[in-house]
Design a protein around this ligand. Structure first.
Ligand code: C2E
Ligand code: MG
Ligand code: MG
Length: 560
């Protein structure tokens, strides 16, 4: 009778095995129950070895028991199998205490059973690794984007998505961390940080890698604050011996998911956290931003600008406005800055609305060359018409710095228009990174050699560096309006700083231009310094060319 049922049991066993995705599930115990009863197996232990050559035990896996009872470790039957991928599995089958040792017949049957278990195991491990390949990031111990999207889709389907918060995060200064610790340690630190975040995200939370140092997070809304706190800064140990730690933090675009289900498609969620992270990075006060509808609107606006740009450039919709620079010794115009305006569908769009968008890509470079070209054409015409032409400064985005041929491009445009080099000045803002610093030095030295002057724009905004002034060959320093005392608030500190900055600049041979001068008091203050050129609404706003041209000849800005 036992013999007869053996076949049935084995078949049943195979069928059950087919249905089980993973040997660790309770069903797997069930699958083994009948054959185990039959074979009186109390426990099977499987050891997995990574490679038979190195024979390093990597995992000790599953205990499959069919009934409770004390295992007799000395009553053990062992079978080894090599897999086709070079790993090895060792099965240990134990009897219970007080049972007879395995008979040869039983051993043969166990052998059949284990062969099947081996095949099954192989299949389920393949499934697991397939799953891992599909849904895990290969370098970090987190999920990948595919899994993130899959989870969001499932939560939408289950109508649970509005209990969650989604975030897009970007680790701060990670290239500096890599430089400081080396790439290998850097990756370990990144891994520890994201696994920590995953822990903080708690049950139902997910951290998925998007690529590089960008990750997406999903957590229950009640965990939002805790996750954000961890993102604001977590000390990660990187040296086991010394216990040294490094502070890791991240920018975060946060979307507390609400609203209609269709809007919250996985793509919709991604769009929202993407615009939120962009907003977070653009901020100076906080490193995070919560999504709001306005951001999406702005993003659409940005996409629109990007798509309109090529034809706008071709149709010459961009106009050069000139803002005079005035000497406060003579009240005569001594120069001008060329500022861009976009005439779009009859309206004049200010640069703040499109320059930052164009600066996200390389389109800004095309616009800058266009501006330089148009300025050169105007100067050439003034010279030809015998007007009192002045030097014009043109803004160049820092985006140009990586262009190895920038100098040739600039010189080519100026020479093509047959404009003497001393009529052109190039305005550049300060740089922050060492790489940019090297590029900047190369560009400035080149311009100096060709007789084109250069100015450092917006000095005093952000973290102005004295090294930048000392080590680079600038001709002009443009003092930003933030260094000027405001009306009705003559701040003593600002006044002192202004005096010393101007003093220092002129001592080292830089010409000073004060930007954004609006009041008589500011002019009076500047008169006490060696900064005697003013560009500001006090004298003139940026003007369209025809108005500007009326200032060129003998116009006096003297008031009263
Ligand atoms: P910027 O180069 O610092 O230009 C000076 C800005 O200050 C101009 O703003 C000007 O209109 C404004 N301004 C001048 N005097 C006063 C004043 O008395 N009070 C106040 N409140 N503001 C004053 P605008 O024309 O809106 O340009 C903004 C920025 O856009 C420029 O700052 C520059 O960084 C950028 N930009 C403009 N045209 C171009 C361009 O052709 N290429 C590039 N790359 N950037 C440009
Ligand atoms: Mg400027
Ligand atoms: Mg400026």
């Amino acid at each position: 009778m036992r013999e007869n049922s053996f076949r049935r049991i084995i078949q049943n066993f195979i069928m059950n095995m087919e249905a089980i995705p993973n040997t660790l599930t309770p069903e797997s115990r069930f699958a083994l129950t009948e054959p185990c009863v039959f074979l009186r197996i109390s426990m099977i232990r499987a050891d997995f070895y990574e490679s038979p050559r190195r024979f390093e035990k990597t995992q000790l896996q599953q205990y499959l028991m069919y009934n409770a009872g004390d295992v007799d470790e000395s009553n053990e039957f062992i079978m080894e199998k090599n897999t086709r991928v070079g790993t090895k599995v060792v099965y240990h089958v134990f009897g219970l205490i007080d049972e007879e040792p395995w008979t040869d017949e039983e051993k043969e049957r166990i052998d059949v059973l284990l062969k099947m278990l081996f095949v099954f195991n192989g299949r389920s491990r393949l499934m697991i690794s397939n799953y891992n390949l599909t849904f895990y990031d290969h370098d970090m111990q987190v999920y990948n984007l595919k899994f993130y999207f899959k989870t969001i889709a499932e939560l939408i389907e289950q109508r649970l998505i509005t209990q969650y918060t989604a975030m897009y995060i970007n680790l701060k200064h990670f290239s500096a961390v890599n430089l400081q610790l080396g790439r290998k340690k850097g990756s370990e630190v990144m891994n520890s940080f994201v696994t920590h975040i995953a822990r903080v995200a708690g049950e139902g939370g997910i951290v998925a890698r998007i690529g590089g140092d960008n990750f997406a997070i999903l957590c229950k809304q009640e965990r939002t604050d805790a996750v954000m706190e961890a993102l604001a800064g977590t000390a990660i140990p990187y040296d086991e011996v010394t216990g040294e730690r490094i502070l890791i933090s991240a920018y975060a675009g946060v979307y507390v998911i609400d609203g209609e289900i269709p809007v919250n498609s996985p793509d919709g969620v991604m769009d929202r956290i993407l615009v939120a992270i962009a907003a977070a990075k653009a901020r100076t006060k906080h490193d995070y931003a919560f999504f709001n509808a306005e951001m999406l609107e702005r993003n659409n606006q940005h996409l629109l600008i990007g798509s309109l740009f090529p034809s706008a450039l071709e149709n010459e919709e961009f106009l050069v406005y000139y803002q005079p620079k005035v000497s406060i010794d003579t009240y005569k115009i001594v120069g001008a800055e060329a500022l861009c305006r976009w005439k779009h569908e009859g309206k004049l769009v200010p640069p703040a609305e499109f320059i930052p968008v164009l600066e996200r890509g390389m389109d800004i470079c095309k616009l800058d060359f266009y501006m330089l070209d148009h300025v050169c054409r105007d100067i050439r015409r003034w010279l030809d018409e015998g007007k009192n032409a002045v030097k014009v400064s043109v803004n160049l985005s820092r985006r140009h710095l990586s262009d190895m041929d920038l100098l040739q491009h600039i010189v080519e445009i100026i020479d093509r228009n047959d404009v003497p080099h001393d009529y052109i000045e190039i305005e550049l803002t300060e740089t922050t990174t060492d790489v940019e610093f090297k590029d900047l030095r190369r560009v400035l030295s080149g311009l100096q050699e060709t007789g084109i002057s250069t100015s450092v724009d917006d000095f005093g905004v952000g973290y102005s560096s004295l090294t930048l002034i000392k080590d680079l060959p600038w001709d002009v320093m443009k003092i930003d309006r933030s260094l000027l005392p405001e009306e009705n608030n003559f701040d003593r500190k600002k006044e002192v700083m202004l005096k010393y900055v101007v003093g220092m600049a002129s001592e080292i041979g830089l010409e000073c231009v004060a930007e954004g001068v609006e009041t008589k008091e500011q002019e009076a203050l500047l008169k006490t310094t060696s900064c005697n050129i003013i560009q500001g609404f006090y004298f003139d706003k940026p003007l369209p060319i025809n108005e500007f041209e009326t200032r060129l000849d003998n116009y006096s800005y003297k008031k009263e």
